[in-house]
Design a protein around this ligand. Structure first.
Ligand code: T46
Length: 140
């Protein structure tokens, strides 16, 4: 099974243009407690490089595009976020990196929790140890 879980948002368009509505526990599979967006990313800059212990998020590129890398410690996959009608559901304990931002990229994130630096795992080896501990708790 792919690490990339896509959500197709209903397009509520008419002759005036397009509209997408995002709602907790409906289009987005959790209670949304925080919304933030990433924009103005400089050419050649990559972001992320961390995992979250508990946070779940949905990422949607509302303008432009960027390439998301997800890694569960065993498999590493990459896909473009380039559509305002497609959300990427990112569950906990997935290493994520964002690369190749277009200059106009606006990446919107809907998050299941308030901001909490203690939920971040910013070291890849610590992330791998956490995955292994989840799989084999008696060994850790
Ligand atoms: C994620 C990816 C997709 C806050 O104060 N509040 C917030 O809600 C967020 C998200 C960040 N910050 C502060 C923490 C840092 O001083 O903003 C600064 C930049 O955050 P960070 O370096 O973590 O940004 P990214 O782009 O590497 O990662 C972000 C999210 O932090 C992360 O949860 O999954 O986007």
């Amino acid at each position: 099974m792919s690490l990339f879980q896509w959500i197709d948002f209903p397009l509520l368009g008419d002759e005036r243009g397009s509209l997408v509505a995002l709602e907790s526990n409906q289009t987005v599979p959790f209670d949304v407690r925080r919304v933030y967006y990433i924009f103005g990313t400089q050419t050649g800059v990559a972001r992320g490089f961390h995992a979250h212990k508990a946070l779940k998020q949905v990422a949607v590129c509302v303008i432009g595009k960027c390439r998301m890398v997800l890694d569960n410690g065993r498999v590493r996959e990459s896909a473009w976020l380039d559509s305002p009608t497609k959300g990427l559901y990112i569950t906990e304990m997935l290493w994520r990196e964002m690369h190749d931002f277009s200059p106009d990229c606006v990446l919107l994130l809907l998050a299941s929790e308030h901001y909490n630096e203690a939920d971040y795992i910013r070291d890849y080896n610590t992330f791998l140890n956490g995955i292994n501990y989840e799989l084999y708790p008696s060994v850790g």
